[in-house]
Write a protein that binds this ligand. Structure first.
Ligand code: MIC
Ligand code: SF4
Length: 778
C-alpha cells in the first residue's frame, strides 16, 4: 500500500473507533482497533469473541512458492483477471540447502524452472509483485517492505504473523482463503479471543526476544493460542526492537494463535525509517493513539483481555525448546540435566541460525559478537555452522559489515536467502538416515522429520546467540550463561553476554535482487503451465455432496498423538509436487502414527485386509471401489503449517470426515474449504471406541445446522453398534461449502455440461494446456 492509502486508512480510524467504542460500550484493545478498522460492514457485523464470524477487508495478501501454486490455481478457477488486493509471491521454500548460497540457488533455479515460470507468468498476468528466488523469505521481505502499523494482511503461510513486529495484524491462512480475497471477497475468521501479555522489566544480557516466545510456548503449549490473538503491552515492549518483536509474533504460530501483535512504538518507527519508509513512520507517529491500546486497557487489562499473562523480562532466562515439539521447553540452565535424564544424544551435530524467525541484522550481530569472542579466545566451532539469511538485503548488509566474514572464520556456511533446512530442504551427509542425533537452531518448528526428513533427528530451538555459543561447545551440556569452556591454553573461557546494534549504522546495503512488477499489458501474458507437467496440474472441482448420510465408511487411519501438517503432508522432497494434487497425494499421512498398529505412515487396508500399505495406496484402492473413508485423530489435529495440501489430498483421495479430539485453526478451516467435515468428539474419551475393523456412519446430515451436534454410529464387526455425539463449528455459509463440495464450488456458477466452474475459460491459457478432469476428485 502506498503512503497515501495508509494515510486514508488512518484518517478513517478515529470515526470508526469512536463508533465501535459506543457500540461495545467500552474502550478498545489494539487488535480490536485493527479489526474494527477493517470490518467489511460494521452495521451488520456481530461481535462476539469465540463465537461470531468476522468479515474483514484485507489490505494485502502474501504467498510463498510452496503454497502459491495451489492458491493461484484456485484463483484461476474464479475467472478474475486481476487480483483485487495487493498481493506478492515469494520464491523461498523450494531452494535446497546443500553446498552454499551460490550453487544452491543456481541448482534451484534449474530444478524448479517450471514452477518459477508458472508463478512468474501468473504474477505478471494477475497483478502480483513477484520476488524471484534469492530475494528472501516471505516474512522477512514483507517486514522489510510491506508491513505497516495498523494494517491487516493474510498470507498462505502460518508464520505470516511475523508482521506483528511492525504492529500489523498479519494472519496465516490456507491458499483457498487467499484465492478468495484475491478474487475480491471479504475474508472471514472466527472472532478471536484476546490474550494480553504484559511485559515488564527490560530485555538485556543473554535474554533475547526468542526467549519471550519460547517461554510462552512452554507456558501456554501448542494449543494455548488457538483462536486467540496474543497482544503484547506494557513497559517492557519498548525494550524490544521491531525485528525482535517480529520474532516473537512469528513464533506465536507455534502457540496455534490466530496472530500476535505489538503496539506501535519508537522502535518500529526506527525500523521503518531504516527500511526507507520514513513517510509511513511519520504517519504512524501522527496517528499513534489509534495504533496502541486505549489507556483504560493498559490501566486494567484483566477487564479487556480474556486472559492476561505476566512476563518480567528482568528475570526471564534464555530458553531452549525441544525435541519434537516447540512447547517442550526449559531454561538453558536446566537443559543438560534433562537431556541426560532422557538419554537424548548430548553431542550436537549441527548448529543453524537465521530463517524467517531470526535473521534480523540484530540477530546476526549478536551471533557474530559471540563468534568473535570465541575467535579471540582461540576456540574453533566444534560442529558445522549454517546461516540462512532472511533476505538479500540482510545478506548484502552482513557481507558489507564484515559479519559474514566472522561466520566464515568459524567455518560457517552461508546458505541461500531461503527456508532451506527449516523446511526439510537440507541434504545432509553427516549422519545415517535413522541415526539418532541432536541439532540446535534458531528456527521455529521442530516436529520430527522437519529439518532433514529423519524422525531420529532431535531438534532444539533457541536464540541465534545461544545456538552460536553451543556450536563452540558441541554439546547440550554446556550452559553459555553460567558455564565455561576450556581455551586452547587450558584456562577456562567464559562468554560475555552478546551486544549489538539493532540497525546497521550505515543503513542497509542496496540489494541486487529486487522484485518484478506485473506486466504493463497483462492480457497478452500467457500462463506457463506445460501440459503433462509432473510439477503442476490444473485443478478440477470436487464433486458436490450427494445429499445422503455417510453410511458405514471404513477408517483409513486412526492417528496416535501429535498429528501435525508435517505428519499429514510432509514437506522436504515433497515440496516438489506442491502444484500437482495427484502427485503430492502420494505423501498423504506418511508421518502419521497409526494407533492400531503402531506403524508410521502405513496400515491395513480396511477392505482387503492387506497389511503394511502406505495410506495413500490404500486410499486410492478404496477410491477405486467408490468408497469414501474417515480419519480418527487426537488433540490439536493439523497443528503447524498452513499447507492446504493436508486437506486437499485427503479430499482428493476420498476422505469424507475427520473426527478428532480438537483441531488447529488453519487446518480446520482448510478441511471445511475443501468440503471435508471436521468433527470433534463431544466426549474426548470416545476416541478410544474406534477399532480397525469398525465402520463409521455420520447421520442427520440433511439437518446439518450451525451449533447442532451430529450423531456418529460405529458398527463393530460383530454387528453391535455404538452411537456417539460429535460437534462441528460450521457456519451456515460453511455448510453451503460442504454441500457444494468445496468453498470454491459454492462461490462459483458451475457449468452443468462440464461440471466445472463456468469462468475457467476466461483465463488465457496456452491452447492444449488444459488438463482438467472434472468430477475426478471424489
Ligand atoms: C512451515 O513453516 O511449515 C511452512 C513450510 O512455511 C508452511 C507453509 C508450507 O507448508 O508451505 C507454513 O508454515 O504454513
Ligand atoms: Fe520458511 Fe521455515 Fe519460515 Fe516456514 S518457518 S517460512 S519454512 S523459514
Amino acid at each position: 500500500m502506498s503512503a497515501e492509502q495508509i494515510r486514508s486508512l488512518y484518517a478513517a480510524m478515529p470515526g470508526r473507533l469512536a463508533r465501535a467504542r459506543q457500540t461495545f460500550g467500552r474502550p478498545l484493545t489494539l487488535a480490536e482497533k485493527i479489526l474494527v478498522a477493517h470490518c467489511w460492514d460494521f452495521e451488520n457485523q456481530v461481535w462476539e469473541r469465540g463465537k461470531a464470524i468476522l468479515r474483514l477487508r484485507v489490505d494485502r495478501v502474501g504467498l510463498q512458492d510452496a503454497t502459491a501454486q495451489m492458491a493461484l490455481l484456485q484463483f484461476m478457477m474464479s475467472g478474475r483477471k486481476r487480483v483485487a488486493v495487493p498481493t506478492t509471491a515469494h520464491c523461498d521454500h523450494l531452494i535446497r540447502a546443500e553446498s552454499g548460497s551460490a550453487e544452491d540457488l543456481a541448482r534451484a533455479i534449474k530444478e524448479n524452472e517450471e514452477v518459477y515460470n508458472f508463478l512468474r507468468s501468473a504474477s505478471r498476468k494477475f497483478g502480483l509483485d513477484f520476488w524471484p528466488p534469492g530475494s528472501g523469505i516471505i516474512h522477512q521481505v514483507v517486514l522489510e517492505n510491506y508491513a505497516f502499523p495498523g494494517g491487516l494482511m493474510i498470507g498462505a503461510d502460518s508464520h505470516t504473523p511475523n508482521g506483528g513486529g511492525l504492529g500489523m495484524l498479519a494472519i496465516g491462512v490456507g491458499g483457498a482463503d487467499c484465492a478468495e480475497v484475491m478474487a475480491g471477497l471479504p475474508w472471514e475468521v472466527l472472532h478471536p479471543k484476546l490474550v494480553g501479555v504484559h511485559l515488564t522489566g527490560k530485555l538485556s544480557g543473554w535474554t533475547a526476544p526468542k526467549d519471550v516466545i519460547t517461554y510462552l510456548c512452554t507456558l501456554l503449549t501448542v494449543k494455548g493460542g488457538t483462536n486467540r490473538i496474543i497482544e503484547y503491552f506494557g513497559p517492557g515492549v519498548e525494550s524490544i526492537s521491531a525485528t525482535g518483536k517480529g520474532t516473537i509474533c512469528n513464533m506465536g504460530a507455534e502457540l496455534g494463535a490466530t496472530t500476535s501483535i505489538f503496539p506501535f512504538d519508537s522502535r518500529m518507527a526506527s525500523y521503518l525509517r531504516a527500511t526507507e519508509r520514513a513517510e509511513v513512520a511519520r504517519l504512524a507517529e501522527e496517528f499513534r493513539e489509534h495504533l496502541t491500546p486505549d489507556p483504560e486497557v493498559l490501566a486494567d487489562p484483566a477487564r479487556f483481555y480474556d486472559q492476561v499473562v505476566e512476563i518480567d523480562l528482568d528475570v526471564l532466562e534464555p530458553h531452549v525448546v525441544g525435541p519434537h515439539s516447540p512447547d517442550r521447553g526449559r531454561p538453558i540452565s536446566r537443559l543438560a540435566a534433562e537431556a541426560r535424564e532422557n538419554g537424548w544424544p548430548l553431542r550436537i551435530t549441527n548448529a543453524l541460525i537465521g530463517s524467517c524467525t531470526n535473521s534480523s541484522y540484530e540477530d546476526m550481530r549478536r551471533a557474530a559478537h559471540i563468534a568473535m569472542q570465541a575467535i579471540k579466545a582461540g576456540l574453533r566451532a566444534k560442529v558445522p555452522f549454517w546461516i540462512s539469511p532472511g533476505s538479500d538485503r540482510i545478506y548484502q548488509t552482513i557481507k558489507r559489515d564484515g559479519i559474514m566474514e566472522i561466520f566464515e572464520r568459524i567455518g560457517g556456511t552461508v546458505l541461500a536467502n531461503a527456508c532451506g533446512p527449516c523446511i526439510g530442504q537440507w541434504k545432509r551427509r553427516d549422519v545415517g538416515a535413522e541415526e539418532a542425533n541432536t541439532i540446535v537452531s534458531s528456527f521455529n518448528r521442530n516436529f520430527p522429520g522437519r529439518n532433514d526428513g529423519s524422525a531420529a533427528t532431535l531438534s532444539f530451538l533457541t536464540s541465534p546467540e545461544i545456538v552460536t555459543a553451543l556450536a563452540f561447545a558441541g554439546t547440550l551440556e554446556f550452559d553459555p550463561v553460567h558455564g565455561t569452556l576450556p581455551a586452547p591454553d587450558g584456562s577456562p573461557f567464559r562468554f560475555t553476554a552478546p551486544e549489538a546494534e539493532e540497525l546497521p549504522r550505515e543503513g542497509f546495503a542496496r540489494t541486487a535482487a529486487a522484485f518484478e512488477r506485473p506486466a504493463a499489458d497483462p492480457d497478452s501474458v500467457e500462463i506457463e503451465l506445460p501440459a503433462n507437467s509432473e510439477r503442476l496440474q490444473l485443478l478440477g472441482p470436487f464433486v458436490a455432496w450427494d445429499g445422503k448420510d455417510m453410511i458405514d465408511l471404513p477408517i483409513l487411519l486412526k492417528t496416535r498423538g501429535k498429528t501435525t501438517t508435517d505428519h499429514i503432508s510432509p514437506a522436504g522432497p515433497w515440496l516438489r509436487y506442491r502444484g500437482h494434487l495427484d502427485r503430492i497425494s502420494d505423501n498423504m499421512f506418511l508421518g502419521a502414527v497409526n494407533a492400531f498398529t503402531g506403524e508410521t505412515g502405513k496400515g491395513v487396508n480396511p477392505v482387503t485386509g492387506a497389511a503394511g500399505q502406505p495410506f495413500a495406496k490404500t486410499a486410492r484402492e478404496l477410491k477405486a471401489r467408490g468408497l469414501q473413508w474417515v480419519v480418527i485423530g487426537d488433540e490439536n489435529y493439523g497443528e503447524g503449517s498452513s499447507r492446504e495440501h493436508a486437506a486437499m489430498s485427503p479430499r482428493y483421495l476420498g476422505c469424507a470426515a475427520v473426527i478428532v479430539r480438537s483441531f488447529a485453526r488453519i487446518h480446520e478451516t482448510n478441511l471445511k474449504k475443501q468440503g471435508i467435515l471436521p468433527l470433534t468428539f463431544a466426549d474426548p474419551r470416545d476416541y478410544d471406541r474406534f477399532e480397525q475393523a469398525d465402520r463409521v456412519s455420520v447421520v442427520g446430515l440433511h439437518a446439518l445446522e450451525p451449533g447442532k451436534p451430529l450423531t456418529v454410529r460405529i458398527r463393530k464387526p460383530d454387528g453391535r453398534t455404538e452411537e456417539i455425539q460429535v460437534n462441528h463449528s460450521l457456519t451456515r455459509e460453511q455448510i453451503a461449502w460442504f454441500r457444494a463440495g468445496s468453498a470454491l464450488n459454492a462461490g462459483q456458477a458451475m457449468d452443468p455440461a462440464t461440471g466445472r466452474p463456468a469462468a475457467l475459460e476466461d483465463v488465457a491459457l496456452r491452447p492444449g494446456d488444459v488438463d482438467v478432469r472434472p468430477g475426478e476428485s471424489r
